[in-house]
Design a protein around this ligand. Structure first.
Ligand code: SAH
Length: 221
């Protein structure tokens, strides 16, 4: 899976991708990240990528041309690079928007299974000129009912969740929740924990060794 991220703040991704599971997955070539800054392709001398909105209103709108130039180049360039296993590349474009369809695990799974390349377009300011969506056919996706200052965190959240669905990324593929009965309530050693003279204990059923009973407990906790 190759994640292509169009953002005017590529540095925001650095620390998260430089550690833990996503770092390991990149080292193993299971996933790959590329960043594209619209400022780098602007033709005007002040590297302007936004302008005032038609019809008035507060804030600035990200301009269509720099983003479309980048988007076109990503697809053109990627088609020239050979893939080791699959025969052809299949692209998906996602435009982060608080008004888009809600991201969830089934969407992450579908994206990880059906595409080789995902292009994320991160908005800033008031958002992105709507002609970007019209031209690219991008799907508008939201990560939740709240408004953030930019599309970078939403893109990172989606990449994290999609990556863990990609084969080999989780050390133990059984960790994927949908493959097993999982519970949001969990315990590890010690069996009893004393805090302010009160004893907090692990539920007995988890110590019973009775897997049928444990599965039943996990379905309801
Ligand atoms: N007034 C705009 C909000 C702009 S927020 C509107 O109502 O659409 C600036 C950018 O942050 C957006 O263009 C989008 O890319 C990103 N963003 C903010 N909140 C988001 C969310 N919950 N999910 C996905 N993207 C979000």
């Amino acid at each position: 899976m190759h994640f292509h991220i169009i953002t005017i703040f590529p540095n925001l991704f650095d620390s998260y991708l430089a550690d833990a599971i996503l770092k390991k997955a990149q080292d193993k070539n299971l996933i790959q990240f590329s960043f594209y800054d619209p400022r780098a392709v602007t033709k005007n001398k002040h590297k302007k990528v936004d302008d005032i909105p038609y019809g008035g209103g507060p804030g600035m709108v990200m301009m269509v041309e720099p983003i479309i130039n980048i988007w076109q180049n990503i697809i053109k360039k990627s088609f020239k690079e050979k893939l080791p296993f699959t025969k052809k590349r299949i692209f998906k474009t996602i435009l982060l928007s608080p008004g888009g369809s809600m991201f969830d695990t089934p969407m992450a799974k579908t994206l990880s299974q059906n595409y080789t390349d995902i292009i994320f377009i991160c908005g800033r300011y008031e958002g992105i000129d709507s002609r970007v969506q019209q031209i690219t056919g991008a799907e508008l996706v939201s990560i939740g009912d709240y408004v953030l200052t930019g599309g970078e965190l939403p893109a990172m959240v989606m990449c994290d969740s999609i990556a863990r669905q990609c084969c080999g990324v989780l050390g133990n593929q059984e960790s994927l929740e949908e493959e097993r009965i999982s519970s949001h309530e969990m315990y590890t050693r010690p069996e009893h924990f004393l805090y302010k003279s009160k004893k907090y204990s692990v539920p007995e059923v988890l110590l019973s060794g009775n897997h049928k009973k444990i599965d039943e407990w996990r379905k309801t906790h």
